[in-house]
Design a protein around this ligand. Structure first.
Ligand SMILES: Nc1ncnc2c1ncn2[C@@H]1O[C@H](COP(=O)(O)OP(=O)(O)O)[C@@H](O)[C@H]1O
Ligand SMILES: [Mg+2]
Length: 265
């Protein structure tokens, strides 16, 4: 596989990255230093204590926030702002309140200047995928949290970015929808070879979906442990989640997260 070739250019390179926030005279070290490399086509998850800087890390990768120090490369080039190569799903959905479901989803494609017919087809397919048929013309304020989250996912997926940055993308969903969306994401990742970096507080989700799980320390968060994972998803969800391999990995990651939350890293 291309992703495993020695010398293949990393998709994401994070080196000695830190972020400090100035809050009314006091300085808050929110993140880092973080060192992390993600290869093309890899699915990497990040888990760690609340407030350790996970969202801050994704905002910087998205190009919405400047690092305080360190370097951040996508495809070997410094990240200087948002770009069409990176799609981000924010923790709080961030839908445009003045646009309907269909127009929110179409937004990224409009920026790509897609032809009207193809745009309509792609939006319809995306709405079917997230199970929101019949809600095309509703506005975000008319949707539940879970529905908004699904619109936010569709809006990013449809845009077809090479790199997906997902900040607790399934956090607001009920467990049934959450499993459906996880398997949709898995299928999308397996068929497209996209590079995914996902923040989640759900260890089971991280282990089930990823090639590698990174555990972060308390704020300022650093990557303190990494767990490579290779589960055979051809077996299906049930067989994977009941396998000894999955359970052993789950327990290892869970224990490490517990250690970090307890501050005994
Ligand atoms: N814009 C900001 N100004 C000041 N402090 C911030 C800002 N954004 C985040 N923080 C603080 O930085 C720390 C890390 O936040 P965040 O990245 O959201 O953590 P996580 O996503 O891991 O829960 C928190 O203490 C948070 O309060
Ligand atoms: Mg967060």
């Amino acid at each position: 596989m291309q992703a495993d070739e020695p010398g293949s250019l990393p998709k994401i390179s994070i080196t000695s990255l830190t972020r400090v926030f100035d809050t009314g005279g006091s300085r808050l070290a929110a993140l880092g230093p973080v060192d992390l490399t993600v290869r093309p086509g890899e699915f990497v998850s990040i888990v760690g204590p609340s407030g350790c800087g996970k969202s801050t890390l994704l905002y910087m990768l998205g190009g919405f926030l400047q690092p305080s120090s360190g370097s951040l490369l996508a495809d070997g080039r410094p990240i200087t702002g948002p770009g069409v190569d990176r799609g981000i799903v924010f923790q709080e959905y961030a839908l445009f309140p003045w646009l309907t479901v269909a127009d929110n989803i179409a937004y990224g494609l409009r920026m790509k200047r897609m032809q009207a017919g193809e745009l309509r087809d792609r939006v319809a397919a995306a709405i079917a995928m997230i199970g929101l048929g019949g809600f095309e013309h509703r506005f975000p304020r008319e949707l539940s949290g879970g529905m908004k989250q699904r619109v936010a996912l569709a809006r990013t997926f449809i845009y077809d970015p090479q790199i997906l940055l997902l900040d607790e993308p399934f956090g607001a969903l009920d467990s049934q929808t959450r499993e459906l969306m996880q398997d949709e994401l898995l299928a999308l990742w397996r068929s497209t070879g996209k590079t995914v970096l996902m923040v989640t507080h759900d260890v089971a989700e991280a282990v089930y979906l990823s090639n590698r799980v990174c555990v972060m320390s308390q704020r300022p968060g650093r990557v303190v442990a990494q767990f490579p994972i290779s589960l055979d998803h051809d077996k299906g969800r049930e067989a994977v989640m009941l396998s000894d391999q999955y359970r052993a990995l789950h327990d290892q990651v869970w224990l490490e997260v517990r250690r970090q939350v307890g501050g005994k890293g």
